[in-house]
Design a protein around this ligand. Structure first.
Ligand SMILES: NC(=O)c1ccc[n+]([C@@H]2O[C@H](COP(=O)([O-])OP(=O)(O)OC[C@H]3O[C@@H](n4cnc5c(N)ncnc54)[C@H](O)[C@@H]3O)[C@@H](O)[C@H]2O)c1
Length: 338
C-alpha cells in the first residue's frame, strides 16, 4: 500500500492545471514523479516545478495512442494520479469534439487502468468531475451539498465521458485488477490555470483577475453574478489528490474533492475589484464551461477518511492567483493564459 516517503508516482496530464499542482505537491512531500503529458513543459512549467528536478522526469506521450507506444516510458509507479483529459467543451465545440473526448476521457483511461494493473501499481486515483452529477435541480447556493451516492446525471459530452470513465474505474476496482479511487472535483481555480492543447475555456476567476490586472473591463453576461459554483483553490485540490494517492488504506472508492460551499460570481467579482481596483464591466461571454451552474459537493467523506480539509479562503486564493498572473506576464511577456 502507498504511504511513507520516496513513493514513485506517475501523474498523467502532469503539465495541466490540476496535474502540475499534483506533481508539485508530491515533489514537496519528498516523492519522485514521472509526469506524462502530450505537451512539452515550457518556461512557466519549468519555473513552477523548479527545485526538485532530480526527482522529476517529464515524459511526452499521447495516452490515446496504443499503450505499447508509451508504456516503456513510465517506469514502475507505486501510485498513479490520472488527471489527463479533454476538459470542458463549449457548447459550440461539443459535436466536433465528441469522438476525441471519448477517446481521451474514456478509452485512454481504460488504457491507464490496464497499465497500472500490469505494472503492479498499488493505487490509481482517477480524477473525475462534479459534472457527473449534472445540473442542480435548485439554487446551488441554497440546495443540499451532494454526497458521493447521489445519482449521476451528466448533461454534456464532457460530463458523459467523465461519468463513463468514473464508472469504469469503479468497476475496474471491483473486479480486483487494481485499487482505483475516484476523485470528483468541484471547480478549481488558482495559479497555473492556462489554456492547453486540450482546454480553451478558463474559469471566470482567471478571466476576471487577468482582465482587471490588464486594466480591462470584466466581461459579464446578464444575470451571471447570481450564478454559483463550489470553487476550490487548486493547491487544496492537489493536496486532496495526494492524500487519496498516499493514504495507507481508504474505506471508500469515491470521494468528492470540494469546499462544500457555493461562491457566487458576485462574490468573485467583488473580491477581484477589492484586490485590483474597479476596471468597469462590459457585456460579454462569461466562461462557465459546459454548465452554467454545478451542484455544491459535500467533502465530508474525504475529511472523515483522510483528515483533509480545504484551508484556502477566496481572498488568499485570489491573491495568490493575482501574484502568479503578474509573475507569468513578466516571464512570458505575453498573455497570461497562453
Ligand atoms: N479545471 C476544472 O475546472 C476541472 C473541474 C473538475 C474536474 N476536472 C478534472 O481535472 C482533470 C485535470 O483537468 P485540468 O483542468 O488540469 O485540465 P488541463 O487541460 O489543464 O490539463 C489536462 C492535461 O492533460 C493533457 N492531456 C490531454 N490529453 C492527453 C493525452 N491524450 N495524452 C497525454 N496527455 C494529455 C493535456 O496536455 C493537459 O496538460 C481532468 O480529468 C478534469 O476532468 C477539472
Amino acid at each position: 500500500m502507498p504511504g511513507g516517503t520516496g513513493v514513485r508516482a506517475l501523474v498523467t496530464g502532469g503539465l495541466g492545471f490540476v496535474g502540475v499542482h499534483v506533481v508539485r505537491s508530491l515533489l514537496d512531500a519528498g516523492h519522485s514523479v514521472v509526469s506524462l503529458d502530450r505537451d512539452l513543459p515550457d518556461a512557466v512549467h519549468l519555473r513552477f516545478l523548479s527545485g526538485a528536478e532530480q526527482h522529476l522526469q517529464h515524459v511526452r506521450a499521447d495516452l490515446a495512442e496504443p499503450v505499447d507506444r508509451w508504456q516503456s516510458l513510465v517506469g514502475e509507479p507505486d501510485v498513479v494520479v490520472h488527471t489527463a483529459a479533454v476538459t470542458p467543451l463549449a457548447p459550440g465545440e461539443e459535436l466536433a469534439a465528441t469522438a476525441r473526448a471519448v477517446t481521451v476521457n474514456v478509452a485512454a483511461t481504460v488504457q491507464v487502468l490496464e497499465l497500472a494493473a500490469a505494472l503492479g501499481a498499488s493505487r490509481v486515483v482517477h480524477v473525475s468531475s462534479g459534472s457527473v452529477y449534472g445540473v442542480p435541480a435548485g439554487d446551488p447556493a441554497t440546495g443540499p451539498a451532494l454526497g458521493e451516492s447521489s445519482a449521476l446525471a451528466p448533461r454534456t459530452v464532457y460530463g458523459i465521458t467523465k461519468a463513463a470513465a468514473d464508472q469504469l474505474a469503479q468497476r475496474y476496482d471491483e473486479l480486483g485488477a487494481c485499487e482505483v479511487v475516484v476523485a470528483r472535483l468541484a471547480q478549481p481555480y488558482g495559479p497555473m490555470e492556462r489554456t492547453t492543447s486540450s482546454r480553451s475555456a478558463l474559469s471566470p476567476v482567471h478571466d476576471w483577475a487577468a482582465a482587471a490586472l490588464a486594466g480591462e473591463p470584466l466581461e459579464l453576461e446578464p444575470g451571471c453574478l447570481d450564478r454559483g459554483r463550489d470553487y476550490l483553490y487548486v493547491v487544496d485540490v492537489a493536496q486532496a489528490l495526494v492524500a487519496l494517492a498516499l493514504a495507507p488504506s481508504l474505506p471508500h472508492r469515491v470521494y468528492n474533492v470540494s469546499n462544500g460551499v457555493c461562491t457566487t460570481l458576485r462574490e468573485v467579482r467583488d473580491h477581484v475589484v477589492a484586490a485590483v481596483g474597479d476596471t468597469g464591466t462590459t457585456e460579454g461571454p462569461v466562461n462557465l464551461p459546459v454548465e452554467a451552474e454545478r451542484p455544491v459537493l459535500s467533502p465530508a467523506r474525504l475529511t472523515a477518511d483522510t483528515g483533509w480539509t480545504a484551508t484556502t479562503t477566496l481572498d488568499d486564493g485570489l491573491a495568490a492567483t493575482l501574484d502568479w498572473l503578474r509573475g507569468s506576464r513578466e516571464l512570458t511577456g505575453a498573455g497570461v493564459g497562453a
